[in-house]
Design a protein around this ligand. Structure first.
Ligand code: IPM
Ligand code: MN
Length: 363
């Protein structure tokens, strides 16, 4: 198979972890006889620095010609410390999602058995957790009308959803549930918010078309609590942009670390694959970031955009074997692992790549 992959490393640890995702994709191409071409482009703070634009035209031009996108992270502390700055790295990511019509953000939260003790949640509560989040990605308060008024004394962001926006993500979530444990938990704040009442009404209508799937509604505050109290009670979670953003950071603790969580953003056109974590400037340049979220994002890319299920499974198996052999980055280190070996970002990627050779024979 011949494919063009656009690589957007972005800011902070983005380039460090994305290098390992690319390493694994190259290894897959070599083992399975595919031809992947990688083209790099700028986004975020790096793009602002050199072009003044967080999503340069040249980057968009590359993206629309590509078959899939591997993305790292965007962000920089200088913007976090100066809210008055008008041009911001995150705008690059948000515009890319919107312009490419990537309305469905899929975030699988599956605990590798080997990481049972890496999480701050008790192992007996965690064991067997396997959740998949469907976060709506191009609507909500992220894209509603926003501004300042009253002589700059008041600011507002509008939480807004259309029926159409809710329907299309709901269908994707319900179809996924049919292939899993057949339960959808829709998360909203319908006891307070009008947009959530439309969300709930629409999800109920969509659910009627999937009688084999059980639908449960939770308010977001209760969902946040239940995720930690009984993560095994969740199968598919369907939620809006803001609630999904917050709950998936929380849920990453179920997978042991933020550094483990991959995501796929799909919709009308091309697929975008990225770790859920940010640019992490506190550890940038130290070489200690966990590359597995990028590696697992590469697996999602192979599976969803290219339909290469075997290759995707090989990547996941190789990650599992690497963990089983005791290799860890600092974020997933724990005192329970016998013969634990702490590796840097680069070496962790190497260990996964080495194991791909062995795994490829089995799958
Ligand atoms: C994410 C990130 C982004 C979001 C930021 C960087 C704009 O936190 O992908 O979860 O809020 O969607
Ligand atoms: Mn986030």
């Amino acid at each position: 198979m011949k494919k063009n992959i656009a690589v957007l490393p972005g800011d902070g640890i983005g380039s460090e972890v994305t290098a390992e995702g690319v390493k694994v994709l190259k290894k897959i191409a070599q083992i399975f006889g595919h031809h992947f071409d990688f083209d790099y482009a700028l986004i975020g703070h790096e793009a602002i620095r050199t072009t003044g634009n967080p999503l340069p035209d040249e980057t968009m031009k590359l993206l629309v010609q590509s078959d899939a996108i591997l993305f790292g992270a965007v962000g920089h502390p200088m913007y976090d410390n100066d809210p008055a700055l008008k041009v911001r790295p995150e705008q690059g990511l948000l515009r890319m999602r919107k312009e490419l019509g990537l309305y469905a953000n899929i975030r699988p939260v599956k605990l590798f058995d080997e990481l049972l003790h890496a999480s701050s949640i008790k192992p007996e509560i965690l064991k067997g957790s396997d959740i998949i989040f469907f976060r709506e990605l191009t609507g909500d308060v992220y894209f509603g009308e926003k501004g300042r008024k009253d002589n700059n004394q008041t600011a507002y962001d509008t939480m807004i959803y259309s029926r159409h926006e809710v329907e299309r993500i709901a269908h994707i979530a319900f179809r996924a549930a049919q292939t899993r444990r057949k339960k959808v938990t829709s998360v909203d704040k319908a006891n307070v918010l009008e947009s959530s009442r439309l969300w709930r009404e629409t999800v109920q209508q969509v659910a009627a078309q999937y009688p084999d799937v059980q639908l449960e509604h939770l308010f977001v505050d209760a969902a946040a609590m239940k995720l930690i109290r009984s993560p095994r009670s969740f199968d598919v979670v369907l939620t809006g942009n803001l609630f999904g953003d917050i709950l998936t950071d929380e849920a990453s603790e179920i997978a042991g670390s933020m550094g483990m969580l991959a995501s796929a953003s799909i919709g009308d056109t091309i697929g975008l694959y990225e770790p859920i974590h940010g640019s992490a400037h506190d550890i940038t340049g130290k070489g200690i970031a966990n590359p597995l979220a990028s590696v697992l994002s590469a697996a999602l890319l192979l599976d969803i955009s290219f339909g290469l299920k075997q290759e995707a499974d090989a990547v996941i198996r190789a990650v599992e074997m690497t963990l089983k052999d005791g290799y860890r980055t600092v974020d997933i280190a724990d005192s329970h692992t016998p013969k634990e070996k702490i590796l840097n970002t680069h070496k962790m990627g190497d260990e996964v790549a080495v194991r791909l050779e062995k795994v490829a024979v089995e799958v």
